[in-house]
Design a protein around this ligand. Sequence first.
Ligand code: ZN
Length: 286
Amino acid sequence: MIKFGFHIPISGGITKMPFRARELECQTIQIFSRNPRGWKYSPLRKNEIEQVRKDIESFKIDPLFIHMPYLPNPASLDKSIYKRSIDSMIEEVKRAESLKAGYVNVHIGKKMDAGLEQGLKRVIQALNTVMDRTKNSFVTLLVENTAGQGSEIGNLFEHIGFIKAGIENKNRFSVCLDTAHLFAAGYDLRARDSIRKTFQEFERYIGWEYLKCIHYNDSKSHLGSRVDRHDHIGKGKIGQEGMKNIMTYKKLSHLPFILETPKDTDQDDRMNLETVKSFQNASLWE
Ligand SMILES: [Zn+2]
């Protein structure tokens, strides 16, 4: 059966998170290990870590993904931001390790004043540095495609393929595809033949073996709009049929699907959960 889960908030204390996940019937989850809106963080306490690990295990939630906070930008030419970005990636790798999370989800970033290639090269250098400075870690860096909003890079498979080519330790490099970002970046995911075509292109530039996670979101913005706005499953521009086609595409069915859908009311997660469950038992297509 297809594994899915939500991005689960850790507000009110990280130890509450596994129970929220169980409530939403998650078999896999993504979290921020700290407040994602600042540079500062406080260390996770040992008793918290132990509690979370124990609950995650007993609720059979696997894998656990840690998402990077918002401010780091490894594509930046600004020395101070670049350095802080590397430091916070290293910190997240360590926190992931203590929580036994196999992946740290990294946004490729914004090139700002840099050229595209220059920005991508910065990212390569940053990821290599992080891997080098956490040499014995089992944690993999999970690079996520962007919508290409503003000066964001990493919206095209070519960009991610370029990054991959520069990574020294490819065993610790993996890719997460966000369906809302793909759609906004111009990859149509509504009809089956366009899904097939999109993933053929993914295979050409990156390779199936690197794909480890799907961020399963509908999109409020149009195909190719380069505007990053997530929507409820089936309520956006990808739509009910498109979202169902994505989840039931056989080549993706072994992957964890993480929902980063809006949480405007208390009912939103429930609603999306019911939609996804209705897709879960539908037959797969090739
Ligand atoms: Zn995402």
